[in-house]
Design a binder for this molecule. Sequence first.
Ligand code: NAP
Length: 547
Amino acid sequence: MNNPETPAGTPGVSAPQRYDAVIIGAGIGGLYQLYRLRGAGLKVIAIDAGSSVGGTWYWNRYPGARVDSPSHVYQYWFSEALNDAWDWSERFPAQPETERYLNFVADRFELRKDIRFSTRVLSCDFDETCQRWQIQTDTGSRLDAKYLISCAGTLSTPLKNLFEGEDNFAGEVYHTARWPRQPVDFTGKRVGVVGTGATGIQVIQTIAPQVQSLTVFQRTAPYTIPMRNRVYSNAQRADFKARFQDIKTAVRNSFVGFDFDFRYGSYHDASPQARREVLETLWDDGSLALWAGSYGEIFNDQAVNDEVSAFVREKMSERIKDPALIQQLVPTGYGFGTRRVPLDTGYLETFLRPNVQIVDIKAAPIERIVAQGVQTADGQVHELDVLILATGFDASTGALTQIDIRGRDRQLLRDEWSRDLRTTLGMMVHKFPNLFLTAAPLSPGAALCNAPTCLQHQVEWITDCILFLEKNHRVTVEPTQEQQDRWVAHHDEMAATSLLAKTRSWYTGANVDGKPKRLLAYAGGVNVYREHCDAVAAQGYADFRIL
Ligand code: NAP
């Protein structure tokens, strides 16, 4: 593998390197895809813009970055020996530990030798004459592959240039997803943070004690649950290891890929006292179980959602007490869990500090960035030395639409998806043969899943599909138009029942101007999605056009 490029007929022009499969990305999905396809005997290479592995956990090294899925479910399941060899230190590990885990996996399975780092894929063209993908990178190399697999991540393309005049700012500007490797010193600095999603919350609660002053620019107040993190004891670690197979089965068969699920029955069947007990228990658990492991009706029954939202608002208000702050920090106008629920560690209490102030940018939006700081629509200039943008991502599609991906008839994926977000099973697209996607629109992994659970499932499905083609000496696989229409219709049917689809958030693409509005994630559940995918494979991919 990694043969030097061989010279072609034209002097100075080298022929593309030939692979069976090219994988874009060396994060959780890309590492596993490389492991599986290489293990099956294919010649594979992964390409990553970072200088090492990790994907999300390589780029998102902002202060306070921490996973909010418990570590015993935020991991790989393909090797019990790997599981036995790794010890998680705590329930919700900080970014460096998750990054270390992915490096450990890369080393243990000798994956690095088949990864090209610090390289960005610029274009991928499906050559109809040879039925293969032609890939061009920013280092000038060209690759030729039968299969092209995107493991480029769902939250990997930060939103840029949201505010006029960013270049005029005299201080330092950082986007949380492009955080420098060297720590930033906030001592004695006036710092501003734009954004109060899961990322903004972690930054704000972490840096508040380090800065001279912190100005938080908030457009929408988030519902937030206090994270109950704890160091794992040896006994707890041993217990997780002993239950490896059970936990693996549980995460694959749950609604959002965790080891909890809706196990309390219907909200309507429970007495008010029983409901309250369940909500209190899950609030105290300090995890996402209150959201996706309590009552399924939270997602599709407005009356139930209203009651649970009132419960969370009550709990949040108890934390801050101050009526003026409650008005600013406790959300209204949308329901609990209809946007991604963050977990926090003292976030609400941070606003009781004398050096922290909140600016309501719904009332007076940010107009522009000026040399001294942030100017809002009320004419005020909020003077700053450091500006942190925790403003989110062009989720699920951004990583792919920034590459020129051309399928049959020179169709550009970016153009297709600028009109409408359509995929088949969230893993393939009509007119793009042998292009496989992970965490793409219309699959749970786009937004509504514990990422490793869905990535591993999709990698396994993709591997099986590729091996089916290889075994049967086939050249291409592509979903038909009718098949894609059916999946889109089924996806929309599931979305129509979901309150998520009725709420403005990155889940619906509402955070990106001009992005077609459709619920990004399949809302039928990880378990149901898996059954659909399994059925397609069991029928020999019969609905696909296979040549
Ligand atoms: P996000 O949820 O999209 O939040 C972006 C924030 O920036 C929001 O408060 C948004 O306000 C604000 N914003 C965006 N554009 C703005 C503008 N033009 N003017 C003013 N405010 C603007 O992004 P995120 O916090 O980076 O989180 C993204 C996802 O990453 C999360 O939902 C989660 O899935 C994942 N994540 C996970 C972890 C973890 O596992 N621990 C940690 C962090 C993130 P509006 O709400 O009004 O749009």
